[in-house]
Design a protein around this ligand. Sequence first.
Ligand SMILES: C[S@@+](CC[C@H](N)C(=O)[O-])C[C@H]1O[C@@H](n2cnc3c(N)ncnc32)[C@H](O)[C@@H]1O
Length: 330
Amino acid sequence: MTEIKTIKKIEHINTAVDYFKNEIDEGLSSIKKSLPSKYFYDKKGDALFVKIMHLPEYYVTRSEHEIFRTKSQSIIEALHLNPNTYFELIELGAGDGLKTKELLRELNRLHYKFDYMPVDISKNALESLEKDLNKEMPSLSIKTKQGDYFEVLESLNENHNSKVILFLGSNIGNMSDDVATDFMSKLSANLQNKDKLLLGVDLIKPASIVLPAYNDSQGITAAFNLNLLQRINKELGANFDLKFFKHQAEYKESDGIAKSFLVSTKAQQVYITKINKNFSFHEGEKILTEISRKYNDEILNSILSKTDFIIKNRITDSKVYFANYILERK
Ligand SMILES: C[S@@+](CC[C@H](N)C(=O)[O-])C[C@H]1O[C@@H](n2cnc3c(N)ncnc32)[C@H](O)[C@@H]1O
């Protein structure tokens, strides 16, 4: 029994490293180089992201937090939850759960019957979240799941318990509209008619507000972006010299998409041992590391029109910077 478990664990580790290796190879071998943003979140990346969330320029977390702090009761009402009927509260990409904790406190106070099931690619984020919640709300039932949220979608229809899915922090904005459409279609296809999705999205607004959020004055966002190269150095045996890459953020209100890049400041070659390959960069060459799509009703409806979801409610912060939409199946 123990032996089987050990073998399974090794297989799992191999698969995760293989995915990482293949996705890095694919991204850096493309004509327009890119790296998947989900790999930002190792232990150091998690800690840097928590710092970003508290930066004066990063309005995203503050705005959504205001909604959860002041309107958790309205959210619960809009979700039409019954205190006596069990449901699963599943959060995709939970991170440190800062905003969710406001909702959990309220649900707990009102004695709702539910399990909280945070899903995250970062084991470290899940462990800290579970520890925090056990301390603050010992009666809360938590079932964590580590993995890529694209891969948990199919497991959602394994039982018929009512479900509320949380997808907060404008995490959906890290997907292109095509990927978001595919993701939302798969998500809706795996839910039952009574299930709900609470989706947090950052709203379109001027560059003077959006750009500083992705290029703060203390350089924390730059460190977060560059840490991706450090992670590749550490985990895949690469020799990226961080001195010769710099963070760059771009946003045009007309596009509504903030983009983060790592720019090579000179012509250089980088060797990645685990891929056994050299990658060349010319001076000024950009690696796209993250997109952060901003939304309005029209953009969201255009994505949802190709899925089974419809918008039931929209709750915003006082500045109307951020919106939490409640979606149901048609
Ligand atoms: C930008 S943070 C937001 C955290 C939280 N949702 C919030 O609003 O504060 C993104 C979180 O999603 C996780 N994440 C990113 N891509 C993921 C993926 N494909 N599958 C699972 N988790 C992912 C990261 O590890 C991180 O904890």
